[in-house]
Ligand binder design. Sequence first.
Ligand SMILES: [Zn+2]
Ligand SMILES: [Zn+2]
Length: 327
Amino acid sequence: MSDPKILLYYAFTPIVDPEAVRLWQRELCESLGLRGRIIVSKHGINGTVGGEIDACKRYLKRTREYAPFSGLEVKWSDGTGYVATRPELLKGEDRTPPWRVSADFPKLSVKVRDELVAFGIPDETVVDERGVVGGGKHLSPTAVNKLVAERGDDVVFFDGRNAWEAEIGRFKGAIVPDVRTTHGFIEQIESGAFDDLKHRPVVTYCTGGIRCEILSAAMKNRGFEEVYQIDGGIVRYGEAFGNDGLWQGSLAVFDGRESLDFAAGAAILGTCKVCSSPSNRLVDCSEPSCRARFVACDHHLDTECGEHAAAPAPSSAPRNAGTQATS
Ligand SMILES: [Zn+2]
Ligand SMILES: [Zn+2]
């Protein structure tokens, strides 16, 4: 019996025929019982999938055999378990793949999109065999600490995620732009609100690093002079330093786990939207059509966002986790 695992990965590399890659990836995942979300674009691939550890290993091996994906940036984490599956009978024989299926994702989705992350600048983003052209300088977790030790308060952490993700965890003193989706970033950095950062060292960060590949390049293109990004994002930084570095609180993730702590005793930064008690739980607005997420305590999990609070209470079931854009 092998353990349930989750892979989070991306590669920026020119893809000539994204549709062919989509078909191949879907077939590969189906044959291994993997579920999750994969986006393919002319800029590369971005995915998060879950399944048995041996299925995940085989998936990576096969995917890396395709030369453009040989340098895939991958993070492993623990899944929570498996779902029961029914036999798929074909002429009386069970043709189900011999793998158990991850409980952390409701289904498998493999799509071709204009962008790996929806910043709304597909034509501005330039990618070559080495990755995104013109992005911020990559810093290892140790190099991040060194930069802060050397340059002190001049260094600014800039959160490259949606604002609700930062409610339960962020870097010490980070600037959190008021964005509800990644699409809002370009407007924010063009608004002038952050022009005072243009001559300071800015360390962009996001969950696994992919959003900052694009964001850091977009910031440099808009006059931010000294822009960095953290190699492997918050995930790698947290693995290196737990609660003992410059990261504080919990990390929001886009699968059934919803959030994770790097070590026991992580600070609780969030406060319940209803009663203001400390909490690191993120919930969806209880209006099913709404994409808003916010912090709630255990007593107020069924809550509506500010926009929907005035409407009559709906009686529907919670939405499936994992329908939003990833990492
Ligand atoms: Zn509450
Ligand atoms: Zn709402």
